[in-house]
Write a protein that binds this ligand. Structure first.
Ligand code: HEM
Length: 506
């Protein structure tokens, strides 16, 4: 390098300098250092390149291995993503677009790996119906482990066959149309009147209010006399229980799952105390708990553990569905004044026939045709439920493919809600379309699920939302404060709440 430098100087006609031995040594050592530094840089560069190459190769190998691992003969097409996490990130980030992209590549029935297990996604309406109707062939609910741990082993989604029939029968007896008419509606009415009594001239977070409403209204139907006393201690525990069921089952201090398990223990303690106190008082109460405990008259004789899990089921199943549908109805009504006008007309007509203190009755509820249409249109357009999960109990053939035992099946029903053949102009909020009753009875309506697990609380949920809307639109006007974000996937929610400014209607 030194000689090169001399030569180059010489070539450009610079007179070569004479150097002392020390300066020559200095120069040589400087050049040596430079050489070493360059060498080190090269080495680092090579290491980085090597690492990146290794990473790429291992990633490709891992992806490939995961694909090969699941390339069993007979499985539907699709991709499996990374080992363990599969395609969960893509599913959660891209949401409905992930489904649509995969469908464009692989059709209506494809394999993936998400939420910790290999799964099939079925977007074929006919197939979805078949899966929901055929639990007996080995297609049982496939909800995550955290859910059954926290909701209990007698929870309706955790039981199958005759146990399911038993628990479902016991539940249906509590929420049948006769029970709604004679016992539940008066309680719902009384609750809504109080819940909506002091909203005038306030900014309300309608998300929080509808959540409280869904929980406390159910609690009142379950334990009418005691609900006022226990609600304040019950509510925070219940909210922790719900978060726990949606979390990864990591049982470590501070995790949502651990808090959910703890909340279950606290709720069990409160409910057991309720049972003991009722037994001690020997008084029969006319509410859901009273019916469940009345072994003499109730043909479904549940054990205490079953009664407690049944109560948790009722609270849990009606909570998010009823609250989110109510919140989204308020949102859509705000954005569609003509719909609000029509709805208000229906409710004012009912109020005109009654004194202000009169409750709504069964016949009033039955006459709320437009309200029912608003509820169905809200559930459809907002897609409160994207789909339901099933699990295979044995290897089985589905749609011409062979599905191994233990695989999840995501019966994804979201897309059918936007099918232009069933719902012309599908993105429009148009409740009038539901006034044609045949729409509610068509084969591909999965808003309330289908088959043997179709929602037993459908009419109860509709009664609650209708009563809420009745008092809300007859008492108040409202406008959005603005700026609140709404998320549609994986759950419909307003991450920072949905704030409205409320004023009295007249
Ligand atoms: C707008 C309100 C509601 C909606 C949209 C809704 C939706 C659904 C859906 C889609 C399913 C099917 C789940 C599956 O197949 O795995 C279901 C099941 C269920 N729902 Fe609802 N639901 C609502 C209100 C309620 C209420 C108020 C209750 C209270 C009792 C309730 C209790 C249940 C129960 C216990 C099941 C499980 C049934 C079984 O496994 O046999 N739901 N619901």
């Amino acid at each position: 390098m030194g000689s090169l430098r001399f030569n180059s100087n010489f070539r450009f006609g610079v007179k070569p300098k004479t150097h002392s031995l020390t300066s020559l040594i200095h120069m040589l050592s400087f050049q040596l250092c430079l050489l070493l530094a360059l060498g080190a840089l090269m080495a680092i560069f090579m290491v980085v390149v090597g690492f990146v190459l290794m990473l790429c190769t291992s990633c490709t190998a891992l992806l490939r291995w995961n694909e090969v691992r699941y390339r069993k003969k007979g499985l539907p097409p699709g991709t499996m993503g990374w080992p363990i996490i599969g395609e969960t990130t893509e599913f959660l980030k891209q949401g409905p677009n992930f489904m649509k992209n995969q469908r464009a590549r692989y059709g209506n029935f494809f394999k993936t790996h998400f939420l910790g297990c290999p799964a099939i996604i079925s977007m074929d309406p006919e197939m979805n119906r078949y899966i929901l109707m055929n639990e007996a062939k080995g297609l049982v609910p496939g909800y995550p482990q955290s859910m059954s741990d926290i909701l209990g082993k007698c929870n309706i989604a955790a039981v199958h066959g005759t146990s399911h029939k038993h628990m479902r029968g016991a539940l249906l007896a509590l929420i049948s149309p006769t029970m709604i008419r004679d016992q539940l509606l008066p309680k719902i009415d009384a609750f809504m009147r109080t819940h909506l009594s002091d909203w005038d001239n306030k900014i309300i977070n309608i998300q929080d209010k509808t959540k409280e409403m869904a929980l406390l209204s159910s609690l009142k139907q379950i334990a009418t006399k005691e609900s006022g006393l226990i609600s304040q201690s019950f509510m925070p525990e219940f909210f922790k229980l719900v978060s726990g069921t949606l979390a990864l089952p990591i049982d470590l201090p501070g995790t949502k799952y651990r808090q959910g398990l703890q909340a279950r223990k606290n709720i069990l303690r409160m409910l057991r105390k309720l049972l003991e106190d009722r037994r001690a008082s020997e008084e029969t109460q006319l509410d859901m708990l009273g019916c469940l405990m009345n072994k003499g008259e109730n043909k479904y004789k549940l054990t205490d553990d079953e009664i407690i899990d049944q109560i948790i089921t009722i609270l849990y199943s009606g909570y998010e569905t009823v609250s989110t549908t109510s919140m989204m109805a308020v949102k859509y009504l705000h954005d569609h004044p003509k719909v609000l006008e029509e709805l208000r007309k229906e409710h004012l007509a009912i109020r005109e026939k009654r004194r202000p203190e009169d409750p709504i009755e069964w016949n009033d509820l039955k006459s709320m045709r437009f309200t029912r249409a608003v509820i169905f249109e809200t559930s459809r357009l907002a897609t409160i439920v994207n789909g339901v999960l099933r699990k295979t109990t044995k290897e089985m053939e589905l749609n011409g493919f062979v599905i191994p035992e233990g695989w999840r099946i995501y019966v994804y029903t979201r897309e059918i809600n936007y099918d232009p053949y069933i719902y012309p102009d599908p993105l429009a909020f148009n409740p009038w379309r539901w006034l044609d009753k045949s729409l509610e009875n068509q084969n591909y309506l999965f808003i309330f699920g289908g088959g043997t697990r179709q929602c037993p609380g459908k009419e109860l949920g509709i009664a609650e939302i209708s009563t809420f809307l009745h008092y809300f639109v007859t008492r108040y006007r409202w406008e959005e404060v603005g700026g609140d974000k709404l998320m549609k996937f994986p759950r419909v929610e307003a991450p920072n709440g949905l704030h409205i400014r409320v004023s009295a209607a007249n």
